[in-house]
Design a protein around this ligand. Structure first.
Ligand SMILES: C[S@@+](CC[C@H](N)C(=O)[O-])C[C@H]1O[C@@H](n2cnc3c(N)ncnc32)[C@H](O)[C@@H]1O
Length: 267
């Protein structure tokens, strides 16, 4: 069964922000709503296999030493993932290797062992969460990754995966829209060490998430980590962030997928 986000992804195969959709695109979106669920699964698999639309560009790697990923459960799933289609079945819409390791070390090298405040939007099946939780554990921290997803079904899967990864003590899950979640989260914390934004990728949403986090990040020279940075909503949001807040942005273009690229912003 496809998640809501996957269905939305299919709707947005051409990666155009909603407000820029032509009449033609809007009609395609409406038509998609009438396609039976089992067919949607097949179309999704076909698009991934053939590299159509948003699946055209991928820098997610599969042929590497799977012991390199920071968690054994994740490594085991990766060893059974020869291609993107299988990987999506096993690890969802995750950033994949080598981005997992970039995220792991970026977080691990950013926090002290006490009082680390770490947040993620877009839990999906829990694999970036696992990588971040492993970084907290390996850094000797007792804190938790606070992660939110709007889709309750994926959060259930994520909980099961985090348990199999033996990291449940390092994660606190929430279900809901990331904006409402981050409002409360930002109010409750005087500093935020590390935020990974990987939920809704529309430009306005990413900008709003960033604005909510900005004061907490600025308070401790924290970091905001972005996925899907090469084009689309996140790329537009990064331009806005640099124009509005300046700061430093380090780009890692050769990782992740649909669209590729990760980036880290710091005040
Ligand atoms: C690309 S996936 C996240 C992948 C995950 N970070 C990983 O690397 O393993 C995006 C997720 O964001 C969630 N999402 C979409 N819009 C959201 C919103 N407004 N608030 C919270 N989560 C949202 C979707 O349900 C989906 O599971």
């Amino acid at each position: 069964m496809l998640t809501r986000w996957q269905l939305e992804s299919m709707d947005e195969l051409r990666e155009w922000p909603r407000e820029h959709l032509s009449v033609n695109e809007r009609m395609k979106k409406k038509a998609w709503a009438f396609v039976p669920e089992p067919m949607k699964d097949k179309v999704f698999g076909y698009a991934v296999r053939k590299g159509l639309g948003r699946f055209r560009d991928t820098c997610r790697m599969f042929d590497y030493n799977h012991h390199l990923v920071p968690n054994p459960y994740l490594g085991e799933l990766e060893s059974r993932s020869p291609d993107l289609e299988t990987a999506v079945k096993l690890t969802g819409l995750s950033i994949g290797y080598p981005a997992w390791n970039l995220l792991y070390y970026a977080l691990m090298c950013s926090i002290s062992t006490t009082d680390a405040v770490v947040v993620e939007t877009g839990t999906n099946h829990g694999f970036s969460t696992i990588v971040m939780a492993q970084a907290l554990k390996d850094a000797g921290s007792k804190e938790k990754v606070r992660t939110v997803d709007i889709d309750p079904e994926v959060v259930q899967r994520a909980k099961a995966n985090v348990e199999r990864a033996e990291l449940s003590d390092y994660v606190e899950f929430s279900v809901g829209d990331s904006i409402a979640f981050l409002k409360e989260f930002a109010d409750a914390h005087d500093h935020i060490d590390f935020a990974f934004l990987d939920g809704n990728h529309e430009v306005e949403h990413v900008e709003n998430e960033f604005e909510l986090l900005h004061a907490g990040i600025a308070a401790c020279l924290g970091k905001v980590y972005f996925d899907n940075t090469m084009s689309g909503g996140v790329a537009d949001a990064l331009r806005y962030i640099q124009d509005t807040h300046g700061g430093n942005l380090v780009r890692f273009d050769n990782c992740s997928w649909s669209p590729p690229g990760n980036a880290i912003w710091q005040p």
